[in-house]
Write a protein that binds this ligand. Structure first.
Ligand code: FE
Length: 188
């Protein structure tokens, strides 16, 4: 009986931890994702919400390789290695490829899956969804609503009020803290 329980626990943990990780692990660059706006390519904007359509060769030219592999080829960073999976800063998460606002930190929760997890996007149009039948699974892929870059997947095991878990790659996200937006404020 004990053996059986251990087996069940092992299967559960394996399934939950591998939910987002069917792809080859991506080697992350040593550079931090904390770019200043001047580091960004010309298409990056946190205010322009118009659709951004670029050819693959252009994306390859303007994005760091680790971001390019995830954003444009749906790869996945290794669990528990990204900079945001257990990050608790207060602020906003943007698409690292184009600057589109995606999530607020108040919708982030500790899923324990090894990737940053949110229960809702900032706006319904911040993201788009595609059916993903790769790797013998049926999942729902989440892409940026502005530039169609791959962000991760969404699952139905999140907390209230939505019950959703947006399971995202840290590399696909740029974080800006609330205090960075309002340097004169006293907010922590
Ligand atoms: Fe984007």
């Amino acid at each position: 009986m004990k053996k059986y329980l251990h087996l069940l626990l092992y299967i559960h943990l394996t399934a939950s931890l591998s939910a987002c990780q069917p792809h080859l692990p991506v080697k992350q660059s040593t550079s931090t994702n904390k770019h200043t706006m001047s580091d960004k390519q010309a298409y990056y904007s946190r205010t322009d919400t118009s659709q951004l359509v670029l050819k693959d060769e252009e994306w390859k030219k303007i994005l760091p390789d680790d971001l390019y592999q995830i954003a444009r080829h749906a790869n996945t960073e290794r669990a528990f290695t990204g900079k945001y999976w257990d990050y608790e800063g207060l602020g906003t998460y943007y698409c690292a490829a184009c600057g589109n606002a995606l999530f607020k930190s108040d919708s982030k929760f500790a899923s324990g899956c090894g990737w940053p997890s949110f229960y809702e996007s900032i706006r319904p149009t911040s993201v788009k969804y595609h059916e993903d039948k790769s790797y013998g699974m049926i999942r729902v892929e989440v892409v940026c609503g502005r530039c169609d870059s791959h962000l991760g997947h969404i699952f139905d095991d999140g907390p209230p009020p939505t019950g959703k878990r947006f399971c995202m790659n840290s590399i696909s996200l740029d974080f800006e803290g609330d205090e960075e937006k309002a340097p004169t404020g006293n907010a922590k």
